[in-house]
Ligand binder design. Structure first.
Ligand code: ADP
Ligand code: TRP
Length: 330
């Protein structure tokens, strides 16, 4: 079974990215052959500064490795280092109905906000379909927000196969040049709240970063918004952002004990934040140390990515050959 997923290189990862996505890639890597890539081509649409682009892209590779994707067991690579993906994107574009792209969330949201939309954003889902189809992926772990893109990938595979592959059977999915992927909707981690209580996101300046200095981490955790219930009064864990974040880290028993202290009164939010900070360090300090080591050994990281791109190209080349033959480009 081939498992494939990617992370867009648009900034530094935060708790939401970890609990919502990366942790689940890591858990899945033992279930099949993992292909995990850094979506640098997708990031180009947002990052317009070359040095920053390089930093973010390498950063995602370091994050993957530090958090536990094991290059001995899975293939790690940069999207742009497999040029076959761009060609497949073009070919898929020729069977993509405009209407379907006009209904894509990213494009619709950008339009609704009155942003100037470029072709890159419009075609984003086609490139994502190419990512998925180029490697004959069986399973694609994504957050709910990406489900629409996955459905497009399936639709385009069916459309291409129906158009060009006489042996294709849409009932079984067999006999086509392109394999139909399955979505693996990642376990529904409740949306991770940011320091202001809205969804944690790079775009809202409310993120708790995974890899930042102790000082920055502490600052962001201390910034989590709480109400003004006095220390001695009982507090409601259910409506508290600090508690919602503690839920990500703590066992059932620990949570029961914390909830009890909320309801009993006598403990201030500052103490719960300190507990959150301790949990953060307990969970991430090993990965943070590993990332710092990897940063000192970029030659090794480069070797991993080179090896990954070679392996990905080996698979991708065969699929692209099949596709080219099917549509008469070979
Ligand atoms: P951001 O909103 O910070 O730009 P991305 O859109 O790059 O994050 O998110 C990448 C993946 O991380 C998403 O597909 C989603 O699964 C996960 N993710 C991001 N933010 C959160 C969050 N606050 N809670 C849960 N999952 C999240
Ligand atoms: N669009 C995904 C995101 O924003 C990233 C991505 C690009 C991806 N290509 C992919 C995810 C292929 C899974 C498969 O999170």
């Amino acid at each position: 079974m081939r498992i494939l997923s990617g992370v867009k290189a648009t900034g530094r990862p935060h708790l939401g990215n970890y609990f919502g996505a990366i942790r689940q890639f890591i858990d899945l890597q033992s279930k099949g052959e993992g292909f995990y890539f850094v979506a640098d081509l997708h990031a180009l649409d947002l990052v317009r500064e070359a040095d920053q682009m390089r930093e973010y892209a390498l950063g995602v590779a370091l994050d993957y490795m530090a958090l536990g994707l094991d290059p001995e067991h899975c293939t790690l690579f940069m999207q742009s280092e497999v040029p076959e993906v761009s060609e497949l994107m073009w070919i898929l574009g020729t069977v993509t109905p405009m209407g379907q792209l006009q209904r894509a969330h990213g494009y619709k949201d950008a339009r609704a906000k009155g942003k100037e939309v470029d072709f890159g954003l419009f075609a984003y889902p086609v490139l994502m379909a190419a990512d998925i189809l180029l490697y004959r992926s069986d399973v694609v772990p994504v957050g709910k927000d990406q489900l629409q893109h996955l459905e497009l990938a399936r639709d385009l595979a069916v459309k291409f196969n129906l158009t060009y592959c006489p042996d294709f059977d849409p009932q079984t999915g067999e006999g086509g040049a392109l394999k139909l992927p399955e979505a693996y909707i990642m376990e529904d981690v409740a949306v991770v709240p940011g320091t202001d209580g809205r969804k944690m996101s790079k775009s809202y300046d409310n993120a708790i970063p995974l890899f930042a200095s102790d000082k920055q981490v502490k600052k962001s955790i201390m910034r989590v918004v709480t109400d003004s219930t006095p220390v001695e009064d009982p507090k409601d864990p259910g409506s508290c952002n600090v508690y919602a974040l503690l839920e990500l880290f703590c066992s059932e028993e620990e949570l029961a004990e914390i909830a009890e202290r909320y309801r009993a009164g006598g403990t201030g939010y500052g103490d719960f934040k300190k507990q959150l900070l301790a949990k953060y360090h307990e969970t991430f300090d090993a990965a943070r140390a590993r990332r710092a080591e990897l940063e000192q050994d970029l030659g090794y990281v480069r070797t991993v990515l080179d090896r990954g791109a070679a392996r990905a190209r080996e698979v991708g080349r065969q699929v692209l050959d099949d596709v080219q033959r099917a549509c008469g480009l070979r």
